[in-house]
Ligand binder design. Structure first.
Ligand code: SAH
Length: 492
C-alpha cells in the first residue's frame, strides 16, 4: 500500500526537513505488522515527493493481535490488508512521521507553522461510503478532493465499483495538520477494521483532532467510526469535544471500559452530542463578527477564575487538582501572582503539566515562583497551607461523595486560605447536550444542580467560617442556568 505527499513549495526539498527524512535515503521502519519504507521518488527544488510504502506481513499481523481478538480464521491471512491503504497505513504514518505530526522541526523551527502547497495521493483506499464520503470528510478541512471509485475488475466493468477509491487531495495546509487529518480519517474511511482500539484511543483522537475535529460537520461519524463503534468510547470522546470546543487538548479523565455499541441508533445519537458543542459556546461579550470562533468553556472558566483571583487581590494561589497545569501556566504569566502552586493526585497529570509548562527551560525567576507537587485532597497536607487563595476547578465532582467531607476538612478546615474558588458543572445545563446520557465525563462521581451546589457550599461555609457567593460561568439561561457554576468563598 502506498501514500505519496508532494509539495511545490520553494524550495520543495524543505519537505525532507519537515519529515525528518533525508531525500537521498531509503529508510525502513519495522512495524509489528510489517515494514514501512520511506523514500523520495523525486526531490527537486520545484517539486518534491515523499512516498510511504507499507508492506504488511499477514502472519505478523495475526500474531501481533491480542489473544482475545475475534475471528482467528483464514480470512485473517487472506485479506486486502497488504494492498489497501487501511487503518494500518495510518498507524505506520503516525509512527514514521511522529515528529512532523507533532509540528516540531529543530533544524527549521519556522517550517512547521507554514502552510505548504500539498498534494497527497492514495491509489487504493478502502472507503466505506464511497467517493462522496471521502469528499465529505476532507473538503471541510480545506482540501480539494478528487476521489474516484476503483472498478471491481477492469476486464468486467459491468461488475461495478469496488469499495476502493483512488484519492487525491490538494490544498495549502500545514504538513502536521495534513498528517493528523490522514491519521484520523484513513481508519474512518476504512471503517470496522481496527486492530488497535484501546481506551487511550480517545486521548489519541482528541490530540490528533486538535484544532479541527470539534468543529468538523461530520465529527459524530468520524468519532464513532474511529473508535470502532464502541459506543461508550465514542460518547466519552464526543462529550469531551463538546466541552473543549475547538480548543481541543489533552485531558486526563480516564476513558471508560469498552462496550459494544448497543445498536446503530444509539451510536448515531452520539453525533448529536457533538452538535451541542455550539450550545456550550458563547461569543466574547460585546465583540465577535460572526466568523469568529466561539470560545470554549474551559477558556471561559479559566478567565473567570483569574479575574476573580485578581478581584480578590490574591497574590499567592494554590491550584488544587491542577491537572495538566493550564491555570498554573496562566497564573505564572501574570507577575502579580508572586507564588503559585499546583497539586494533583495524579503523577501522570503532573508529568504532563511539567512538560507543558516547560519546567526544564523555565527562567529561574519564574521557576522560583512555582511549586508543583503530588498530593491528595482527602489527606491533611501542610504543603496546602500558606496561600491567599485556593482553587478547585472542576475537581470536587471527581471525588467520591463519602470522601467529600475529608476534602472539606483538608481545604476549609486545615489549609484554610483567605479565599477558596470552587467550580463544578451545573447538571441542569446538561439538557443542552441533546443526547448526552449520564454525566459529562466518565470520571465524574456526581454533577450537582445549582440548588445542590449552593446547599453544599452554604453548609461548608457555615461550618468552617466562610461567606460564599455564587457566579455563573458561560452562557446563562434563565431556566437552566449556566454550564459551569462557581462558588467564591471568603473567610469571615
Ligand atoms: N483543575 C483542572 C483539572 C480538572 S480534572 C482543570 O480545570 O483543567 C480533575 C483533576 O482533579 C484531575 O487532574 C485529578 O487527578 C484531580 N483529582 C481528583 N481527585 C483528586 C484528589 N483526591 N486529590 C487531588 N487531586 C485530585
Amino acid at each position: 500500500m502506498l501514500l505519496t505527499i508532494s509539495t511545490t513549495a520553494s524550495p520543495a526539498t524543505d519537505l525532507g526537513f519537515l519529515l525528518h527524512k533525508h531525500p537521498d535515503r531509503v529508510q525502513e521502519f519495522g512495524q509489528s505488522f510489517g515494514t514501512a519504507t520511506v523514500f523520495y521518488p523525486e526531490a527537486g527544488e520545484d517539486r518534491c515527493t515523499v512516498a510511504l510504502l507499507l508492506e504488511v506481513d499477514p502472519v505478523a499481523l495475526v500474531r501481533s493481535r491480542g489473544r482475545n481478538s475475534p475471528d482467528f480464521s483464514l480470512s485473517q491471512y487472506v485479506n486486502d490488508r497488504p494492498y489497501a491503504a487501511s487503518s494500518l497505513l495510518a498507524v505506520a504514518l503516525a509512527d514514521v512521521f511522529r515528529t512532523a505530526r507533532a509540528g516540531r522541526c529543530k533544524a527549521r523551527p519556522d517550517l512547521p507553522g507554514t502552510a505548504l502547497p500539498l498534494e497527497i495521493r492514495i491509489p487504493a483506499l478502502p472507503c466505506r461510503g464511497g467517493p462522496g464520503l471521502a469528499r465529505e470528510l476532507f473538503e471541510p478541512l480545506g482540501w480539494q478532493v478528487e476521489a474516484e471509485a476503483v472498478l471491481l475488475d477492469g476486464a468486467f466493468p459491468e461488475w461495478g465499483d469496488s469499495r476502493y477509491v483512488s484519492l487525491t487531495l490538494r490544498g495549502t495546509l500545514r504538513l502536521a495538520d495534513a498528517l493528523n487529518h490522514l491519521y484520523v480519517l484513513l481508519p474512518v474511511l476504512d471503517d470496522g477494521k481496527h486492530y488497535w482500539v484501546a481506551p487511550d484511543e480517545v486521548d489519541k483522537l482528541i490530540r490528533a483532532g486538535e484544532g479541527w475535529l470539534a468543529a468538523h460537520p461530520a465529527r459524530g461519524l468520524i468519532t464513532r467510526r474511529y473508535l470502532g463503534r464502541r459506543w461508550a468510547l465514542a460518547r466519552t470522546a464526543l462529550a469531551r469535544l463538546a466541552e473543549l470546543g475547538d480548543e481541543t487538548e489533552e485531558r486526563l479523565e480516564p476513558a471508560v471500559d469498552e462496550e459494544a455499541a448497543p445498536d446503530e441508533t444509539a451510536a448515531t445519537e452520539a453525533a448529536s452530542v457533538a452538535a451541542s458543542a455550539e450550545a456550550e459556546q458563547e461569543a466574547e461579550p460585546g465583540s465577535a463578527p460572526p466568523e469568529d470562533k466561539p470560545r470554549p468553556l474551559n477558556t471561559l472558566r479559566r478567565e473567570a477564575v483569574l479575574a476573580t483571583l485578581e478581584e480578590l487581590g490574591a497574590t499567592s494561589v494554590i491550584d488544587l487538582g491542577c491537572g495538566q497545569g493550564e491555570l498554573v501556566g496562566a497564573l505564572l504569566a501574570r507577575p502579580r501572582f508572586a507564588r503559585v502552586a499546583g497539586a494533583d493526585v495524579s503523577s501522570l497529570a503532573l508529568t504532563i503539566a511539567a512538560r507543558k509548562l516547560r519546567l526544564e527551560r523555565m527562567p529561574d525567576a519564574k521557576r522560583a515562583r512555582l511549586t508543583l507537587f503530588q498530593g491528595a485532597l482527602t489527606y491533611t497536607d501542610r504543603r496546602f497551607t500558606g496561600y491567599d487563595a485556593a482553587v478547585l476547578m472542576e475537581v470536587v465532582e471527581h471525588v467520591d461523595p463519602p470522601r467529600l467531607a475529608a476534602l472539606e476538612r483538608v481545604v476549609f478546615g486545615h489549609a484554610k486560605p483567605q479565599h477558596v474558588i470552587v467550580t463544578t458543572p451545573n447538571v441542569e445545563y446538561n439538557v443542552r447536550y441533546e443526547f448526552l446520557t449520564g454525566l459529562r465525563h466518565n470520571d465524574h462521581r456526581f454533577e450537582w444542580t445549582r440548588a445542590e451546589f449552593q446547599e453544599w457550599a452554604n453548609r461548608v461555609a457555615a461550618s468552617y467560617g466562610y461567606q460564599v457567593i455564587f457566579r455563573p460561568i458561560g452562557e446563562e439561561d434563565a431556566e437552566i442556568g449556566s454550564p459551569t457554576q462557581m462558588g467564591v468563598f471568603s473567610r469571615d
